[in-house]
Ligand binder design. Structure first.
Ligand SMILES: Cc1cc2nc3c(=O)[nH]c(=O)nc-3n(C[C@H](O)[C@H](O)[C@H](O)COP(=O)(O)OP(=O)(O)OC[C@H]3O[C@@H](n4cnc5c(N)ncnc54)[C@H](O)[C@@H]3O)c2cc1C
Length: 463
């Protein structure tokens, strides 16, 4: 190992090969606190050429590698399981000039979502995916997990924002094309192959992003309704009548109580209701006249009998205040213990029943567990957070995922499989699907050096 460390230091510089346990510690535990492992070294390259050289050295010595971006992933895929080298991509944070005419920018994989937005906004553009971890989550990590976020109904997931990318295979070979072209059907589309690959196929180093027009007029409403079925009816009406719709998120009274306790914020509406929807509309001034977003939203809400209480804001501070009740759920849950986080999609017609049934299934196994649900309602995506059971006890996870499969849902809506759900992969994909995924993994990384144990348990790899 000493000679390997020497070679790695000569590539990235002494100060970017960390071996001191105190310095490595932040890279060893994930955001949830549920997943952690030990690494002998954290290596922090700054360019694609350095990533390539580091991977060549690791391949030559058979050293497994965990790629890590902002370490905000929620399924344990960004931290070592035991003995892997952590390849931190955060220093690849260069942001190229924004093409103001065509709405494009080339960014390093380590640039955070917030930094890219800060660069795009002055040019009249924005990033189509938004999520609460925006200050830390990196563009490379967001592509590697195919992040969804709160604006998916308008702009799609992260894969839709990628014009092209550059990546490095486990043997150090650089693949992809930067700058990329909007239409370029020459063989396999690496952005499609690598989106959602969770660091198992190649290390993404640069991304050519398609931006979306900046929404200059935005309106946010926090709306209280009686139940999930009513909420879903309202979502349908909003989608039909409001082309400016950006987001419809849901949270529930018990979760909002916890957020209020944690943050000191007051209950947000004049009436207490079981379900709260965060609805955002946005228009670009270039494409509309004045207050189209707010007018349209107010009109639809004014005619909606199911709305029991509402608060609306158009100014930035007011919008942020209303969003905080939904955005601060993840952080609030983590202050109460180490949660089991199940991120699932449920068919719309099964969602209302699922909301109650999932609590019953959890309580059948862990009667004292606390279940906190919230999510991206317009996508049928619910985050089920379970507090109480030991972090290493997967019984509640299995029970929830079985219910999800029974009702025709997906066991991972947007966070990925990681190590958290790899044992449930066969519940959600056929043997043929899994064999094809393993063949793809094997084709690109034949000696299984990139993120071993993520998506598939290492026991199921071909040797
Ligand atoms: C408060 C909070 C809110 C969140 N909200 C959402 C949400 O709304 N929607 C959503 O989809 N997710 C959400 N997440 C999860 C998380 O932010 C996303 O998964 C994000 O895309 C991870 O980016 P990251 O840079 O932190 O990646 P990491 O956590 O560092 O890594 C995630 C995975 O990607 C791999 N990876 C990272 N960088 C690269 C790279 N350059 N090349 C190859 N593989 C790489 C890692 O090996 C790992 O498997 C949230 C998380 C938090 C903490």
């Amino acid at each position: 190992m000493p000679s390997v460390l020497g070679r790695l230091r000569s590539v990235v510089g002494d100060e970017h090969v960390l071996t001191d346990p105190d310095l490595c510690a932040p890279y060893e535990t994930d955001w949830t606190g549920r997943f952690h492992g030990h690494t002998h070294s954290v290596v922090r390259p700054a360019t694609t050429a350095e990533v390539s050289e580091v991977l060549r050295i690791c391949a030559a010595h058979g050293i497994p590698v965990v790629p890590q971006g902002g370490n905000t992933g929620l399924v344990g895929g960004s931290v070592p399981r035991g003995g892997e080298l952590v390849l931190s991509l955060r220093r690849l944070d260069e942001i190229g000039p924004v093409d103001a005419d065509h709405g494009e920018v080339v960014v390093g994989a380590g640039a955070t979502l917030a930094a890219v937005r800060d660069a795009a906004v002055p040019a009249g553009w924005d990033v189509g995916v938004d999520l609460a971890a925006r200050d830390s989550a990196t563009i490379g990590g967001m592509v590697a997990t195919n992040a969804g976020g709160s604006q998916l109904i308008r702009y799609g997931a992260m894969s839709r924002q990628v014009i092209g990318l550059e990546a490095v295979r486990a043997d150090g070979t650089v693949i992809g094309r930067i700058p990329a072209l909007r239409k370029d059907n020459v063989g396999y589309h690496w952005s499609g192959v690598l989106a959602g690959s969770e660091g198992t196929l190649a290390v993404i180093t640069r991304v050519h992003l398609a931006l979306v027009p900046l929404m200059t007029d935005r309106a946010v409403a926090l709306v209280g309704v009686d139940d999930v079925e009513t909420a879903l009816r309202l979502v349908g009406r909003l989608r039909r009548s409001l082309p400016s719709l950006l987001s419809v998120e849901a949270c529930f009274a018990e979760g909002v109580d916890l957020v209020c306790d944690h943050t000191g914020m007051p209950w947000p509406l004049e009436t207490r209701t079981p379900v709260l929807l965060t609805i955002e509309c946005g228009t670009s001034r270039a494409a509309s006249s004045g207050d189209e977003a707010v007018d349209g939203l107010l009109e639809v809400l004014g005619e909606a009998d199911e709305v029991r209480a509402s608060a609306v804001a158009t100014d930035e501070a007011g919008r942020a205040r209303l969003w905080a009740y939904r955005d601060r759920h993840t952080e609030t849950v983590s202050t109460l213990g180490v949660p089991h986080k199940l991120d699932v999609t449920i068919p719309f017609d099964a969602l209302a029943a699922f909301h109650d049934e999932v609590v019953e299934r959890v309580h059948a196994i862990a009667p004292d567990a606390r279940v906190v649900q919230y999510g991206h309602l317009a996508d049928g995506n619910i985050h089920v957070n379970i507090l109480g059971p030991d972090p290493d006890d997967d019984a509640v996870d299995e029970a929830v995922l079985r219910l999800v499969v029974e009702v025709g849902g997906s066991i991972s809506a947007e966070h990925g499989i990681g190590i958290a759900k790899r044992d449930s992969l066969a519940l959600a994909r056929s043997a043929g699907d899994i064999a094809a995924m393993r063949d793809l993994k094997h084709g690109l990384d034949p000696t299984v050096l990139l993120n071993p144990g993520v998506i598939f348990s290492t026991a199921t790899y071909r040797t």
